[in-house]
Design a binder for this molecule. Sequence first.
Ligand code: ZN
Length: 323
Amino acid sequence: MPANVGISLAVGDDGLLKNAPIYLRGADVIRRRDRDPVGGVSTVQSTPAATEHAGEFDCAVVIPAAGCMCKQVEVVIPQLRDADCLVVVWNGPRATTHDCSETVLRDGTTVWMEFPARLGAATARNSGVQWLNGRARLIAFVDSDDIAYDNWLSELRKRLSSGESDVVGGVLEFVSGGRARRVAPDLDFWYRQAIYGSNCAVTREAWDLLSGFCPNVGTCEDTDLAWRAGEAGLRIDIIPTAVVRYSLRIGWAEWQQRVMWGRSSVALLRAHDLPLSRHLPKLKGLVLHKRSTGFASNALVAGLGQFFGQWVGKLRDGHPAPM
Ligand SMILES: [Zn+2]
């Protein structure tokens, strides 16, 4: 492994990094022991190409990860151009089978940030962008457990690079009922255009205007970002040719995910002052929607889970915990 440069960072209540980066030269990365109530502290390692990069990055890809992201990283790194970089934000316990940081730091312009506690996707992505310190003209996001098409990044960046769009969202491809389907983000909850956080990109100016993802709307941070972008008058475009293969969860994992989506949708609607009675889907609508789009391994489990989550969200105040 190359001699890396470590940085120690902490996350604040707002999901953003609190302190300025402290650069630690040498092969050893110092792990701070003091803990923050939200996210704890992180260590950062980067390849020499990332450390020594002068000036701006053209495009930075940020991947939040709480599980192995090696396959995703292996398809994303070849898509990076000379002035691009990859930032992986690991949050939570390390994988026991292998060291995923070795895949990230093998070569190229890459950064490995590691937080000991789960941050949730919003805070993890914000932390990755904060490391960039405003140096990336474009910022793209993809998730750890999906697989991007080979042309994903080039398709996603086109309209941002040309200045035609401020925020772009790609589509998800998944296999359901034995056939491959693609789903594009649509108007969510009969309100505004959404994007998928696992397949989207923004300009630096749009990111600064929006102050990143909001960590207080559970797993609806992507819809929230798109809605706020729309409310701010930013140009959002869906790119059907920017495709990520999405891994549908199955059984109990699907139920848990949909419960969280349901809870998060209540937090999202409340954050935007939208009446739940008008914008929250009914059980029948949820199940039928999952069935018609195929965006579930089991439409009934998914629909019931999301409906149960909505019910929990309506009963309980506060924000859904990171997952
Ligand atoms: Zn791995």
